[in-house]
Design a protein around this ligand. Structure first.
Ligand code: PLP
Length: 365
């Protein structure tokens, strides 16, 4: 199998596996006061320091949660207090579901946030908070977070950045981003599934919990800390640098697909080097995914949902793609991709395009 669905989840990095194996031998509950508890606590606090240092936050302002979805929900909860919410049109469902009555800031055809619209919407009304992703999960489009942060600052608005797809794939420095909070997820950077972090400014650090319980995470998130997962998260984060070396293979995959009639969505803008969104006019996205899967290639439809159903992508619709929004697949190269993955993809894609687009009697043998 050629796994080209890293934006769904990255393969586990060996460093994360090693760190987790060691942490599983630590017996205590990190909240216990005895020596065993303190040993577990040490693992968690070392990991917190590593994650905080890696992404430019103070350890005390770094809150461990269950993943990107919870980090986004906690951020919306924190930043939404007494403020109206504005979210980018291509935000992940983690944000859309957490802020169902938010106003939507449109994107340009490139998928990049319309900064003029943001400024106008912020100028027009009471204090606001804005949610903007750093890199899009479907297209890889990188948003102008620094510019958006400056606009937010000028209008007294707070900014939450969803860096779930960006962290570990491009430079991410919370302290210099101008953001007030930032979501990170372990499994998108080669750590285990089930843990993530919300980075906060000192002003927001005392966020009220969404999940109450035993007062863990300094009262900001109840629940016994998953010691091994946190250790694996930190180990993965410390080795996940950026994915720029994958650009050559991403480009090779695109050339092969374009040669078969595909259109690269958002291809002109700044993108994550591991991600391409390929629309094949006339071929349904789910049919493409199944055809490629039968050939041993794992990719996603534009909007793969957790339930396995495929809906027309709100991201691609917001970019004005019309019917093409239901005809796009996402190819996202994992950190351990090899040339053979892209070669196999190119062969399978050509076969798939031939099957789906050519009339039966004119197909290649
Ligand atoms: N934000 C973005 C941009 C994502 O791509 C995802 C997951 O795909 C999430 C948030 C949710 O992260 P998690 O799977 O860790 O809950």
């Amino acid at each position: 199998m050629h796994y080209l669905d890293a934006n769904a989840t990255e393969p586990l990095r060996p460093e994360a596996r090693t760190a987790m194996l060691a942490a599983w031998d630590v017996v205590g509950n990190p909240s216990s006061v005895h020596a065993a508890g303190r040993a577990a606590r040490r693992v968690v606090e070392d990991a917190r320091e590593a994650i905080a240092g890696r992404f430019g936050c103070r350890p005390g302002d770094t809150v461990f949660v269950s993943g990107g979805t919870e980090a986004d929900a906690l951020a919306v909860h924190a930043l939404g207090q007494g403020r109206r919410l504005l979210i980018g049109a291509t935000e992940h469902d983690a944000i859309r579901a957490a802020a169902p009555s938010a106003l939507t800031v449109p994107v340009l055809a490139s998928g990049v946030l319309d900064l003029d619209a943001l400024a106008t919407m912020l100028a027009d009304g009471p204090p606001a908070s804005v949610c903007l992703m750093l890199a899009n999960n479907e297209t890889g489009t990188i948003q102008p977070v620094a510019e958006a942060a400056a606009i937010c600052r000028a209008h007294g608005a707070l900014l939450h950045v969803d860096a779930v797809q960006a962290a570990g794939r491009m430079a991410v420095d919370f302290s210099r981003s101008g953001a007030d909070s930032m979501a990170i997820s372990s499994h998108k950077l080669g750590g285990p599934i089930g843990v993530g972090a919300l980075l906060l400014t000192p002003e927001l650090s005392a966020v009220a919990p969404l999940i109450r319980g035993g007062g863990q995470e300094r009262g900001r998130r109840g629940g016994t800390s998953p010691v091994a997962a946190i250790a694996g998260f930190a180990a993965a984060a410390s080795v996940a640098g950026d994915c720029s070396s994958l650009a050559v293979w991403r480009d090779a995959a695109e050339r092969a697909a374009v040669g078969c009639g595909a259109v690269v969505v958002g291809g002109d803008g700044l993108r994550l080097a591991n991600t391409t969104c390929l629309a094949l006019p006339g071929a349904r996205a789910d049919t493409q995914v199944i055809a490629l899967d039968l050939d041993g290639i794992a990719v996603s439809a534009g909007a793969a949902c957790s339930s396995g159903k495929v809906a027309a992508s709100h991201v691609l619709a917001a970019m004005g793609l019309g019917a093409l929004a239901g005809q796009a697949i996402r190819v996202s190269l994992p950190w351990n991709a090899v040339a053979a993955d892209v070669d196999a993809f190119a062969t399978a894609y050509a076969r798939m395009a031939d099957r789906l687009l050519r009339p039966l009697d004119s197909r290649a043998a």
